[in-house]
Design a binder for this molecule. Structure first.
Ligand SMILES: O=C[C@H](O)COP(=O)(O)O
Length: 281
């Protein structure tokens, strides 16, 4: 079977210079509600600001893509089509509500789905991922998994334990995903152990929201993750809750793709927030 479709789409998701992927997510409302998600209540505005910062991709559901992306049809950023989410009433079970065909029809370069591991619905989650992975393979579509150890059998501390993160990452690889998005363990040494548990061609990217309290911590986590072998980010809340979304997207892009240190990144961010000269970066 030809892998050309997957290869072409993957090449749009990953920066050729850095070999990292930088995606921003706006897919939170179904699982987290909308009242507390102030940065994406006006989702069109959030997407417009994010795309001005030139990420590689934006993760969203089909309905938001249909309504908010037509005016960005010429933008090089890819759509990652999120086809599942947990509902607040059942937080340990991702429910699939979209299809690979819809993602293809909307011009997406990847399908994104979640799986909550180490909980009551783990078997169901594994089964669904396996089936979507097979369909993605057949249709030439990369599959990005949001795979977290957040089931009933995991304590709050266990959600960032390297053993549990490594289990999620390894499972994603075994189930046929192309990229896994998961939680940062909290330090580069334990994250490097996670990275060592999958073949080097398998890409791990990290989320951001829960892990950090301050801007410094967030930038440092991103720098450390890139340095210990993590293959990119798919970040949401911290980015679109920031007072200058476009400036932070550009700053993260310079950490991820241009190798900026935290110090260089903070200088760039200050300059961008002051001058608003986004188009020069
Ligand atoms: O897709 C949503 C992610 O799980 C959350 O990303 P975030 O933690 O950076 O908001």
């Amino acid at each position: 079977m030809s892998m050309l479709g997957k290869e072409i789409r993957m090449s749009r998701l990953v920066n050729p210079k850095s070999n990292k992927m930088m995606a921003i997510t706006v897919d939170h409302a179904i699982s987290r509600g909308i009242a507390g998600m102030t940065g994406i209540q006006d989702v069109q505005s959030a997407i417009d600001k994010i795309l001005l910062g030139k990420p590689d991709a934006v993760t969203m559901t089909k309905g938001i893509a249909e309504r908010c992306m037509p005016q960005h049809a010429g933008d090089p950023a890819s759509i990652l089509m999120k086809i599942s989410n947990p509902a607040p009433a059942n937080p340990t079970r991702d429910v699939v509500f979209g299809t690979v065909d819809e993602a293809i029809r909307m011009g997406a370069d990847g399908v994104s789905m979640g799986a909550i591991m180490m909980g009551d619905f783990q078997g169901d989650q594994i089964e669904k991922v396996g089936m979507i992975a097979e369909e993605c393979m057949r249709k030439g579509m990369p599959l990005i998994g949001h795979v977290y150890p957040k089931g009933e059998n995991v304590s709050m501390e266990g959600r960032t334990a390297w053993e549990n993160i490594a289990y999620c990452v390894r499972s994603a690889c075994e189930l046929g995903m192309d990229i896994v998005k998961t939680t940062y363990t909290g330090d580069p040494d334990s994250m490097a152990k996670v990275v060592s548990c999958v073949p080097s061609s398998f890409r791990i990217v990290i989320q951001g929201g829960d892990a950090c309290n301050t801007l410094d911590d967030y930038l440092q986590m991103t720098r450390d993750a890139m340095d210990c072998g993590v293959g990119g980010v798919t970040m949401g809340r911290f980015v679109w809750d920031y007072r200058d979304v476009t400036a932070l997207v550009i700053t993260l892009r310079y950490i991820i793709h241009e190798g900026y240190s935290v110090k260089e990144a903070k200088e760039l961010l200050a300059q961008l927030e002051n001058d608003k000269n986004y188009d020069q970066f």
